[in-house]
Design a protein around this ligand. Sequence first.
Ligand SMILES: Cc1cc2nc3c(=O)[nH]c(=O)nc-3n(C[C@H](O)[C@H](O)[C@H](O)COP(=O)(O)O)c2cc1C
Length: 396
Amino acid sequence: MLNGKSILLGITGSIAAYKSIDIIKGLRQEGASVQVIMTKASRHFISPLSIEIASDGNVYCDMFESPLSHLSLPADSDLFVIAPATANIISKYANGSADDLLSAAMLAFSSLSRPMIIAPAMNWKMYESPVFQRNLKYLISIGVKTVGPERGSLACGEEGIGRMADIGRIIEAIKGSMQEQDLAGDNILVTAGPTREYIDPIRYISNRSSGKMGYAIAKIAKRRGAEVTLISGPTSVVPPDGVNIINTETTNDMYKAVMDNISWSSIFVMSAAVADFMPAETKKEKIEKGDVSLLNLIKTTDILKEVGKLKDRPIVVGFSAEVGYKIERARRKLFEKGLDMIVFNDVTADGSGFDVDTNEVVIIDREGERKLPMMSKEDVAMKILDKIKGIKKTYG
Ligand SMILES: Cc1cc2nc3c(=O)[nH]c(=O)nc-3n(C[C@H](O)[C@H](O)[C@H](O)COP(=O)(O)O)c2cc1C
């Protein structure tokens, strides 16, 4: 998605500087060209040679060795990211210093109204210093986006806030800044993952849903500017930045969370795979093996159908995960549940369904259907949201 984009990366003197190799690789894999400016201090932590190899030779270290690069590099770049960003560079930028190539380029870039992202990295004592916080707040107030830092164990052995954000988060922030904000103003409610229905305090009924598809929808919707609430069943997927997350366990929990949030949502995507059955009664004691015949199952609430019945409802999108190419079932559900769109997939097909990063789906709406080739779940999410935008236009 960064094809043809030119990204300027500033690397400063933090132990996290070695991670910038992976940022360069990640950005180039997404199709971007990357130019790098290294400060003098950063070169103690990683050699310019390594960065030169990763960036295909696009490394600049000294203002006087490549005259006017402090102006030409910003002018030629769509986005400036500083990762890791030291307390020092943040202070210098906040105060308008321009005494080396990176700080001079940042100052020049600030007049161009293009996105700048910083990924602070430092010891927690530096991060929590009121002086540093004042500088950081000032940068945020002039439109600089920050990603991280994270809390955890720091390079110095201490625990606290200050670790540079994960590379995936930094690249996602860059993608978000480069993406057209065509869903700005939309409130999107997404459900993801499985639900659990307890038989007794130890055992439950659930399914194999990993939550990856729903999380991908939430992530892409956020990247496209929507306000996103993600109601998640138990999963191990890391939630995207900037998304409101509501964790749930049972179908009833999820139903309640959906109903609590539906009235202000313009789009509802039900990608969670709820457990369709629950025990009529959850036993308080562990059920003995011999008593298995006592298990009496009843249907769980059909959340999608309940939302479809609402008078003032948002655009409603369902998923139909089937065993085999039973697309007829999906077409029927679209009408029976009063949906605007349904996404069909055969969970037994190679590279489709649960716990994989790809999917092969058919998007069905009231006007027709479109079979998509196998693609990443993020690309599927992009296509689903494109189609939802089409529906929005028809209705609005
Ligand atoms: C071992 C070591 C680790 C350091 N790590 C950090 C760091 O993570 N964050 C930070 O703000 N400063 C860190 N510093 C201090 C900076 O390197 C120092 O402030 C330097 O002047 C920053 O210059 P620059 O911003 O031009 O790269 C570290 C210093 C040393 C010696």
